[in-house]
Design a binder for this molecule. Structure first.
Ligand code: YXS
Length: 257
């Protein structure tokens, strides 16, 4: 499910689960975490996260087959998607997302959690909790908020519509948008430049920025309120309908209950 390549302190992780459109499942995330552990030991100084060249779908997001039935939090701490985002955020070197094709749901958050994003001009990004009636978790919403701004985060989350790489780059969400045939050259030039700089300084600045970006106060009462609201969603008929409709390859009929 993952191809791994390391050369000159630069590691490349290639999503390789085409038959499920690179859906992010437990097994893939376990391989991802094991690879990052090995990179940490090997002193890798930059990671490039990509899909196979020429892919139409970079990743279709969380593996919907692995979303829990109603009554359980679908994005709890131990969920593979939450683990994947934490692995990227805490890895002691920059992770560059190299994007072509379409990015969906939890994969969109995963990409936004990366340190840098270089995308092909025709790539698209869609945040999809509202398509499935999934109650996104607080940390995940903060990823969207930190990567963009409140207005754009609301547009992406409320419409669930794909947004073009060009538009996201013009809004500062992506670092670079290039022609597809320049994607590797531009991404690896950035990776080589990073790998040629001081790894200690970069890893400490990455951790400082992670701490600063997550430094939000929230009262225990507010946190409990949010968790209670999320429980209403994942206990709802609509939550079960969202997953059932995907499996039955039809449009869901949400009733707001
Ligand atoms: O019919 P088979 O058995 O061949 O399987 C199909 C799809 O069911 C499967 N597949 C997935 N399986 C599990 N989880 C997924 N996310 C997923 N996406 C696709 O892969 C096989 C080929 O898919 P197909 O025929 O639809 O491919 P396509 O090329 O026509 O269309 C590609 C997509 C990505 C446009 C389409 O597969 C799609 O719309 N996928 C779902 C995108 C999505 O809504 N992702 C959000 C997942 S939930 C999530 O990430 C968070 C929890 S949240 O929603 O909160 O953000």
């Amino acid at each position: 499910m993952l191809q791994i390549h390391v050369a000159d302190h630069i590691a490349t992780l290639t999503l390789d689960r085409e038959q499920r459109r690179n859906a992010l499942c437990e097994e893939m995330v376990q391989s991802f975490a094991a690879a990052l552990d090995a990179f940490r030991t090997a002193g890798v100084r930059c990671v490039v996260l990509r899909a196979r060249p020429g892919c139409k779908v970079w990743s279709s997001g969380h593996d919907i087959e692995e979303l829990p039935a109603a009554g359980l939090d679908p994005l709890a701490w131990r969920d593979p998607l939450r683990k994947l985002v934490r692995e990227i955020e805490t890895f002691p070197a920059p992770v560059i997302a190299m994007i072509e094709g379409s990015v969906w749901g939890g994969a969109c958050e995963t990409v936004f959690a990366c340190d840098l994003i270089v995308a092909a001009r025709d790539a698209t990004f869609a945040a999809t909790p509202a398509k499935l009636n999934v109650p996104y978790n607080v940390g995940g919403l903060l990823t969207f908020l930190n990567a963009s701004n409140l207005r754009l985060a609301k547009e992406m989350l409320f419409t669930a519509a794909p947004v073009t790489a060009e538009r996201l780059c013009s809004l500062g969400v992506l670092n670079q948008v290039v022609d597809a045939n320049e994607l590797e050259e531009v991404t690896y030039a950035m990776a080589r430049r990073i790998a040629g700089n001081a790894p200690l300084s970069i890893s400490v600045m990455k951790e400082q920025l992670r701490i600063l970006a997550g430094a939000h106060t929230m009262s225990p009462e507010d946190f409990e309120r949010i968790q209670g609201l999320r429980r209403v969603v994942y206990n709802s008929q609509d939550y079960a309908e969202g997953i059932r409709a995907f499996k039955e390859k039809r449009k869901p009929e949400f009733k707001g209950e």
